[in-house]
Unconditional design. Structure first.
Lengths: 236, 236
């Protein structure tokens, strides 16, 4: 955790109250003490610093100053075939940590039906992973996640509007073109499941304006393809 | 697993024998049957295809053809502060999957001493992770791993020779320069532990020719920094 991400209800009169997971982390991992300074930020707001005023095993009270803008969001929408639950959590943390603010989790032929039953898809579980990603990266702006359980209606009825005004790329191991470096335009990036989108799905994506791109001769897992693609598209 | 990586002792007379982990994977995940074709490769050799001739729950016999060169290795040496054991395994898989062939695992002030006691540092455990990475990526060339438990003698006595003929970069969140894109020269890339190299260590690296570079305003975990850095340096 490189930043303590606070919700508005934790703050009053320039003073923040810490409990639960964040308290445990400050005590056990950072071994916080009265007088220590802690980096923090308000969800969807400014970042700054907190000075620990009081501390016990129930809660920590901090005097806070919020005066730093969070990093600029990436002009990138990620459309991701739902990964298996364990990988979903890591991948959401990664996507949040890298500055993506809009994520569509979609179905695909190679997504196992059972993945859609995962408790990790509950709103509070998704939010938890996004918060962990923001706290890792030092950012405050919460990404939005949209779940789309049906591939065809999503692509036919909704995706056209999502990609409008952006360059739309689908990562595909057997694409002819390499993924571009340092994109100067907003991007909509589609990433398939392990095993890739099936040809029908790639065709449907191409119909709404996607161009298929590869990442080189080696096949990467989703958890590595995500940072590899984003870092190449937006080398800030 | 996108490629079955075979050791020489599994092969005789254009015929390969599969057992153990690879057998289990073929049967349980890929649901292999007689007559199926499987991509495979010989450790440090060619890649090609195998045709399943016989199959039972003890072993699979394949007729093999090896006629494809593995992907070109990256001209990149990674010098990595030893991550915690769980992350080490994932990170080694990633490094192997991305085409790195030389890895130094080194000590740093923020590496916990206990990490060096991990059973995952045994040669056969390291090799297992590298094989998983190569099988994911479709590559056959085994990376070499070197363990260096003492930072100062490694940097002072050995690192100068390692970086000779390459551009040496150390990833550091507060560096002035951004990590370059599309390097045209061989690279030696140093990556610190969670929390980063301490200033003394960065100074020592700079003394032997390293330049410190950042990955943008967000702080990434080692497991994401590795694919992000490599993909940016070598966008093949």
């Amino acid at each position: 955790m490189n930043l303590l991400l606070l919700s508005p209800d934790q703050i009053s009169d320039n003073c923040a109250l810490i409990h639960g997971r964040q308290l445990e982390h400050l005590l056990a991992v950072q071994r916080a003490e009265v007088g220590d300074k802690v980096r923090l930020g308000l969800v969807n707001g400014l970042m700054g610093e907190g000075l620990i005023r009081e501390l016990d095993d129930q809660r920590i009270t901090l005097d806070i100053t919020l005066d730093i803008q969070p990093p600029t969001p990436l002009p990138l929408t990620v459309v991701l075939a739902l990964p298996r639950p364990k990988m979903l959590r890591r991948t959401l943390q990664t996507i949040a940590a890298m500055g993506v603010k809009k994520i569509y989790l979609i179905n695909s032929s190679r997504v196992e039906k059972s993945f859609w039953q995962s408790p990790f898809l509950k709103p509070e579980a998704l939010e938890e992973q996004l918060i962990l990603g923001l706290e890792q990266a030092r950012d405050t702006v919460m990404p939005e996640i949209f779940l789309r359980k049906l591939f065809k209606p999503f692509v036919e009825d909704e995706l056209g509007e999502i990609v409008a005004g952006s360059k739309a790329l689908v990562a595909h191991p057997i694409a002819a073109a390499a993924c571009p470096v340092d994109s100067q335009s907003p991007i909509t990036l589609a990433i398939g499941p392990e095993g890739g989108f099936i040809p029908y799905e790639v065709e449907k994506l191409i119909e709404v304006g996607f161009e298929s791109v590869h990442l080189g001769p080696r096949i990467l897992r989703v958890e590595n393809a995500v940072p590899a693609l984003i870092s190449r598209l937006f080398p800030s």
